[in-house]
Design a protein around this ligand. Sequence first.
Ligand code: HEC
Length: 161
Amino acid sequence: MLVRHLLAFAAMLSSNYLTPDYYRSHSPAQAYLDLRADPTLSSLSDPNVWNLVAFIWRSNTTPDGIAKGQQLFAQNCAACHGESGRGDGVFAASVETQTGKFPANFTDPASMLGASPALLQGKILRGGMGTGMPYWGPIFENETIWSIIGYLYTFQFDEGQ
Ligand code: HEC
């Protein structure tokens, strides 16, 4: 479904929205508001504006990057965050017992659509600060962290993966 919409509407997007800087510094919710306020897109329905947001997010990833992100997530994150990203990995309960915090649920639109890639990057670099989430800054290369972040958004924008 998304693909058909993309062919029709992606050409309407100003290239300003397609830069890595735009993607990294905006949450999907902010991007939605920007596109919704853009006069050149005023004829689009709200669901199609969301499709364009998904398109911006997808155009900042590659199939290889997503595959790499998925593999690293399975190896390093799923024990807490769950294979399906729901925050229900095998260690989730013990993390909660020890720290009072559950691992984040990446399928939750309220937190993921409100989070920019830069914000998620900061949290991954720093870790959970006493919540049991390790800090990954010394472990992964920057590009690797962007691949994982690209994968985290597929729990929201999973079309075409
Ligand atoms: C030992 C368990 C554990 C592991 C392993 C773990 N996390 Fe977490 N993570 C947590 C917990 C607990 C939180 C919630 C912290 C909080 O509520 O402040 C969290 C929060 C996050 C957040 C913040 C989400 C938000 O919306 O604020 C991100 C992003 C994240 N983790 C990514 C990752 C990634 C990527 C990996 C693997 C490279 C990973 N985590 C591995 C336990 C873990």
